[in-house]
Design a protein around this ligand. Structure first.
Ligand SMILES: N=CN[C@@H](CCC(=O)O)C(=O)O
Ligand SMILES: [Mn+2]
Ligand SMILES: [Mn+2]
Length: 319
């Protein structure tokens, strides 16, 4: 498959406690890793894909390094205890972007994710910059052409930029145009956006496209009044949900390992209160974690926070 390669065996390793008891297992011991891309053999399970790409971040004038994110996140997840849901994870390998080949890489991610969705797998993608969301989100839309797909973005940024080229700042405008081309409605909700990090032009674009936005301050100060009803509305209103988590939605202290760390941000414990009902809804078809950049991590703490998020998602996503 285009731009695809298997993950090195050295990535999925950890402490072996299995001598203590049969159920003393960690994620690296319960995940399926055949070294092949064969979605039809894993129907109903969770496909883990890596998108080794930071071409979008580079074009968006950010700090490069997200291409190294997927394997570092896998290593952080590998050693965590395996509980219910983690045995559903199937390693599906990485798509690696070639220099300045952003569109080609997004197409390769789209094709891989679509093949997994067609095999009735759910997809969990480790980015990559937020350009991941165009490849992944368009695959979810294409997998369910006659259904209403709700897109939920946890992010300090709206990522609705109007630019002559695709970047990590344009994925939701691209998804809006993709919906337009298919003559379907665009259902986009952004939770955690910072007014200080998005120009008025972006707020105007969000209003034009009828995006539901819950600002960071509102998440922090009125969670029960504003966030929980919006999560419920998405679960009730749409047939399928796609959740994309830009890790720069976390406070910079919890998540330094991104191109644009947040001054305020939504703490992980609050973020998990958004993620849990979505995972348990039975409608969540796809999730990605994006913008993780190990070059700016602080002693691996950002990787641990992101891996815990992925760990919770797999645990709450069990069927
Ligand atoms: N995916 C990131 N998008 C942000 C980056 C902002 C920044 O680099 O400061 C954006 O384009 O607004
Ligand atoms: Mn983003
Ligand atoms: Mn962001």
């Amino acid at each position: 498959m285009n731009l695809w390669h298997p993950v090195e065996q050295s990535v999925w390793q950890g402490r072996d406690d299995s001598g203590e008891a049969a159920n003393a297992l960690r994620v690296f011991q319960t995940l399926t890793n055949t070294g092949e891309f064969a979605p039809q053999q894993h129907r109903g399970k969770v496909a883990l894909l890596g998108f080794e790409c930071d071409e979008g971040v580079k074009r968006n004038l950010g700090r490069a390094g997200a291409a190294q994110g997927p394997d570092v996140l896998r290593k952080a997840l590998a050693n965590m205890a395996s509980h219910a849901g983690h045995e559903q994870l199937v390693e599906m390998g990485n798509l690696r972007a070639q220099q300045e080949q952003l569109e080609r890489a997004q197409q390769a991610l789209h094709d891989a994710a679509l093949a997994c969705q067609h095999a009735q797998m759910r997809t969990l993608v480790f980015g990559g910059g937020h350009e991941t969301a165009f490849g992944h989100g368009s695959a979810v839309l294409d997998a369910f052409p006659h259904e209403r797909v709700g897109i939920i973005n946890l992010d300090a940024h709206l990522d609705l930029r109007h630019a002559p080229y695709a970047s990590s700042g344009t994925p939701f405008r691209q998804l809006a145009l993709h919906c337009e081309a298919q003559q379907r409605d665009f259902h986009y909700c952004c939770i955690g956006a910072s007014r200080a990090a998005n120009t008025q032009a972006l707020w105007d674009e969000a209003a034009r496209r009828e995006v539901t936005v819950i600002e960071d301050l509102s998440v922090l100060n009125a969670f029960d009044a504003h966030v929980l009803p919006e999560i419920e509305r998405n679960i009730v209103s749409y047939d399928r949900l796609y959740l994309t988590i830009d890790l720069d939605v976390l406070p910079g202290g919890e998540m330094p390992a991104v191109s644009a760390p947040a001054a305020l941000g939504i703490p992980l414990c609050l973020l998990l209160r958004i993620v849990e009902p979505l995972c348990r809804s039975g409608k969540l078809q796809a999730v990605d974690l994006v913008e993780f950049n190990p070059a700016f991590d602080n002693a691996g703490q950002g990787a641990r926070a992101a891996a815990r998020l992925a760990w919770q998602i797999a645990h709450w996503w069990q069927q």
